[in-house]
Every structure is written in structure tokens, then in C-alpha cells.
Write a protein that binds this ligand. Structure first.
Ligand code: NAD
Ligand code: SER
Length: 312
């Protein structure tokens, strides 16, 4: 069978996506890659390349040598880190996408997955059940790059027939790998600290409600959208995807059901402003209708899974 390449495999999503795709398509058919020389032992069961997405020659060589037909492009700078290096982030997030879209335009590969984010919305978008199509005025460099990326995905599809598929992930919660510098990372850190010291200092306010999702749901959504027949993918920019929504106070209460002595204090920093510009919840009815998306894991179940997974 033709092979799959994942770019940015050592990150929060990459590790779990590599493992899941290898279960379905076989270890040798799913090639992991990342800018990092060293890779986690958990993805050592199949091929790995050190690859900087900005290195087009090496990218092309890997694609040709391995007969790669599908690429999942996960390499990017996330919201909080991107604010510290705006031009670097813009360049990586956009040029990296062009490098992959051009391979598809030239018919070297058949299909592309590229993730967008709830960060494409801004404070002028409706905050509750933010619609698929609405005002979009992101105020972060990350959100600007994701919105521009979405427009380019749709352009490459309409103009060159590129089969590109995309999801606006909410904040993702997982324990197999540390998150990579996002505004929603607190929803992972809080569990680590709850287990370590039963105390957490949160950089968001207690009422900063954000859309979130457990990683297994996000990975399933990614594979489902990629396996759906092309005719059911009616949106070629990116689909809203909804899991659950909570604020730091609500997740604290859910953790206290398992660890009653857990304490939290709040010291909001620059990430509070980013969180305030993002939706509280999103309306994902287009994904539900077009490719039958359905979220499964709820808040209390996430708490149980995170505490168990991190303890192990
Ligand atoms: P991450 O930061 O955990 O992982 C990104 C990986 O990309 C890292 O392993 C990093 O080493 C690698 N990388 C960085 N620069 C690279 C380069 N030049 N070439 C190759 N690899 C490079 O990020 P993640 O959370 O796994 O996110 C993956 C994608 O999903 C990103 O596009 C992100 O914007 C998007 N997303 C993530 C979330 C989330 O909550 N995790 C939410 C919405 C969207
Ligand atoms: N989790 C991501 C971030 O906070 C959202 O795209 O940057």
C-alpha cells in the first residue's frame, strides 16, 4: 500500500496519531517525522525521519523514496509560543503548509490533513456556539496564520483539485506527551500538579471558559475526516469540531471529586487575553451532518482518564 507521512510526530497530537494510524495501516506504512533528531520511544516501532518542514528538497526526497501518498502536517508554533516569535511563527505555520500543498498540487501526494484551531475566531465572533461561518477577526499571530492557512487550503482545493481536509481543533487534553505552548495547556498541567503537589496556579481566570476535547476523540475525528469519501467533505477550509466546554473553576471541581484536597489559585498572565478572544463553545453541526462526527468523552471521564494515565 502507499504510505502515510506525519510531520511533527513528536508533539502532543503527533505521538498519538502515529500510534493510532500504525494500528490501522501497519507500522511500516506510517512514517513519523519531526525536526527533532531524537524521538520518543513510544513511536520507535516504525520508520522515523528527522525532517524540518522548511526543507522542501528533503521533504520531496522522503515522499518519493517512500511512495508517500498522504501527509498529516502537524508542525506549527502554537498560540502562546507564537506570540513570543510572531514572524517565525507566521513563516513556519504558513510556509510549512505551502510546502505540503505544493506537493499535492504537483500530484506527488493525493491527500493532506492540516489542523486549524478555535484560534481562527476573535472577540467579534459570537462567543457561544460559534457558528461554522461567522465573523472571523483573530487577534493572535497563531489565529491569523490558521485563518490564512484555511483560506489557502480552500484555494488549493478549488483551483488545483487538492484533496485537503481540516478540523478546527479545540484545546486538546492528553497525558502521553506534554502540550507544546498553547493557551489551553493549563487543562493538562492542572492534572500533573494535582497529582504532584495537590496545588495549581492557573494562568487563566477562573471563568475563562474554552472549548476542549479529549485526545482520543480528536484522533478519531482526524482519522474519520481523512477516511470519509471526498464527496462528503463539503467544507475545504476547516470544520468546527466540538467536544466539551469548561472553565478552570469547573475542571477544578471535577478534579476535587477525585482529589478532594486539591487547591487552585489564579494568577492570569498574557494568555488570559488570548483566551478571552476565543469562543466559549463552538457549533459543529456541519461536521456532524457531513461526515457524521460525534464526540464521546465527557468532563468527569476525562478527569478519571487523565489521573489514571498520568499516575501510570
Ligand atoms: P506540538 O507543539 O505539541 O507539536 C508540534 C511538533 O512539531 C513538535 O514535535 C515540534 O518538534 C515539531 N516541529 C516544530 N517545528 C518543526 C519543523 N520546522 N519541522 C518539523 N517539525 C517541527 O503541537 P500539537 O499540539 O501536537 O499540534 C499539532 C497541530 O495541531 C498544530 O498545527 C497545532 O496548531 C494544531 N492544534 C493543536 C491543538 C492542541 O490543543 N494541541 C489545538 C488546535 C490546533
Ligand atoms: N490548544 C491550542 C492553543 O492553545 C489551540 O489551537 O494554542
Amino acid at each position: 500500500m502507499s504510505k502515510i507521512l506525519i510531520i511533527g510526530s513528536c508533539g502532543q497530537i503527533g505521538i498519538e496519531l502515529v500510534l493510532e494510524l500504525r494500528k490501522i495501516y501497519g507500522n511500516q506504512n506510517v512514517i513519523a517525522s519531526d525536526i527533532k533528531e531524537e524521538y520518543p520511544i513510544s513511536i520507535a516501532g516504525g520508520p522515523y525521519y528527522q525532517l524540518d518542514i522548511m526543507n522542501v528538497q528533503k521533504l520531496k526526497a522522503i515522499v518519493k523514496e517512500n511512495d508517500i501518498k498522504e501527509i498529516y502536517l502537524l508542525a506549527a508554533l502554537l498560540s502562546a509560543t507564537a506570540e513570543k516569535k510572531p514572524l517565525f511563527a507566521w513563516n513556519l505555520n504558513i510556509q510549512g503548509l505551502f510546502n505540503v500543498l505544493e506537493l499535492a498540487k504537483d500530484k506527488l501526494i493525493n491527500k493532506v490533513f492540516w489542523p486549524s484551531s478555535i484560534a481562527v475566531f476573535g472577540s467579534n465572533s459570537p462567543a457561544n456556539r460559534t457558528p461554522q461561518h461567522t465573523v472571523m477577526e483573530p487577534s493572535t499571530v497563531y489565529g491569523i496564520s490558521k485563518l490564512a492557512g484555511e483560506r489557502w487550503c480552500e484555494y488549493y482545493h478549488n483551483k488545483y483539485g487538492v484533496d485537503v481536509r481540516s478540523i478546527r481543533y479545540p484545546g486538546l487534553i492528553s497525558y502521553k506527551s506534554a502540550p507544546g505552548g498553547g493557551t489551553t495547556d493549563y487543562a493538562v498541567d492542572i492534572f500533573i500538579q494535582a497529582l504532584k503537589s495537590k496545588n495549581y496556579t492557573c494562568y487563566l481566570r477562573k471563568d475563562a471558559k474554552l472549548p476542549m476535547m479529549y485526545m482520543s476523540d480528536a484522533i478519531r475525528a482526524t482519522i474519520e475526516i481523512m477516511e470519509a469519501p471526498p464527496s462528503s467533505i463539503k467544507i475545504r477550509s476547516s470544520y468546527n469540531l466540538s467536544g466539551i466546554s469548561f472553565d478552570p473553576n469547573e475542571i477544578t471541581n471535577a478534579i476535587r471529586r477525585e482529589i478532594p484536597e486539591f487547591k487552585i489559585k489564579y494568577e492570569p498572565d498574557f494568555r488570559q487575553q488570548i483566551a478571552e478572544s476565543w469562543p466559549n463553545s463552538v457549533d459543529d453541526s456541519c461536521a456532524k451532518t457531513d461526515w457524521k462526527w460525534e464526540n464521546k468523552v465527557g468532563l468527569q471521564e476525562i478527569v478519571k482518564k487523565m489521573l489514571k494515565g498520568l499516575s501510570q
